[in-house]
Design a protein around this ligand. Sequence first.
Ligand code: PRP
Ligand code: URA
Length: 213
Amino acid sequence: MYKGNPNITICDHPLLKHKITLLRMKETGTNEFRKLVEEIGMLMGYEALRDLELEDVEIETPIEKSIQPMVAGKKPAIVPILRAGLGMVSGLLALMPAAKVGHIGMYRDEVTHEPHEYYCKLPNPIELRRIFVVDPMLATGGSAVDAINQIKKHGGKNITFMCIIAAPEGLKRLSEAHPDVKVFVGNLDRELNENAYICPGLGDAGDRIFGTK
Ligand code: PRP
Ligand code: URA
C-alpha cells in the first residue's frame, strides 16, 4: 500500500529510530519525553522540508555581488492537532523560525474513538501557505482526516502531515481520504488494539507530554 506511493515517506534515519525507541519506554518521564518529541519533530521536519522551493536572490558578500538561493514563497504554517501535536511545534520552529502557527483542537471519544473538533484557528491567507499538520500519533486516522478536512474547508491546499508513530489502519485511512497530502511517518507500528491504541506504540502521547492522567 505504501511502497511506491510517492506521497508517503516512512523515515529511516537511525537517529530517529533510536529516539523513537527511547520515547516508547514506559520509564521515560515527562521531561525527557517532551525533549525527545521536540528533537524528533526537528529531525522529521528536516526530512519533510527537503523539497522546499528556492529562488535566486542577489546578495553581496565581503568579496563581490553574487546570486544565491533562498527559500521562496509565503511563510509556511505549522498546525498542531491539540494537544499532543503541540510537542512537535518547537522542533519545527527551530527549522522555520518565521513560520506561522495555527491550531486545531480534536479529542477522541474514549468509547467510540470518533474524533470531535473543539477549536480551529489558522493563519491567513492559508491557501497560499505550505501547511505542516503535526500530531505524534496516527491511530485510526480519524483525527488527522477530520483536521485536514477542516483545513481544506478553510482553503488550505499544500498540506504535509507528520506523525511520529502510525498504525497501518490510520495510514490507510488517511492516504485514501487525502491522497494529495504528503505524509511523513517516523515509524509504522504493527496494529491497533481493541481500545484503538497503537501497538507497541508509546501509550497516550498527550498524557505523556503534559504529565496528565
Ligand atoms: C490522540 C493523538 C491524536 C489522536 C490519534 O489525541 O494525539 O490526535 O489521539 O487517534 P486517531 O488517529 O484514532 O484519531 P487524543 O484524542 O487522545 O487527544 P489529546 O491529544 O488531547 O490527548
Ligand atoms: N492516541 C495516543 O495518544 N496513542 C495511541 O496509541 C492512540 C491514540
